[in-house]
Write a protein that binds this ligand. Structure first.
Ligand SMILES: [Cu+2]
Length: 100
């Protein structure tokens, strides 16, 4: 093993693999916001309603279509607090916090 390989290995160990966070959409509401969402993580919405929904970020960071009984995903690309809503039901709002 070379000295270079030894130097790189510890750094690789500190990088956590991306995770997937699931938010259930039910009875015209977004479920609780997941905690610990980081840049590069995937967020999946599972629509348990018989209505079509969307998860649409107010700042246009994502716009995920959620057909009845279906799912939709997005990869969180940037840090921040993302307010989002459903395009079809204005009362449906939620928030996702993305950290490093
Ligand atoms: Cu909706």
């Amino acid at each position: 093993m070379t000295a270079g390989a030894l130097a790189v290995a510890p750094a690789l160990l500190t990088i956590a693999p991306p995770r997937t966070h699931t938010i259930f959409v039910e009875k015209m509401k977004f479920g609780p916001a997941p905690t610990g969402v980081r840049v590069g993580d995937t967020v999946t919405w599972v629509n348990r309603d018989i209505f079509r929904h969307s998860a649409t970020a107010r700042n246009h960071a994502f716009d995920v279509d959620l057909p009845p009984g279906g799912t939709g995903t997005t990869v969180m690309q940037t840090l921040g607090t993302f307010d989002y809503f459903c395009r079809f039901h204005a009362a449906m709002t939620a928030q996702i916090l993305v950290t490093t």
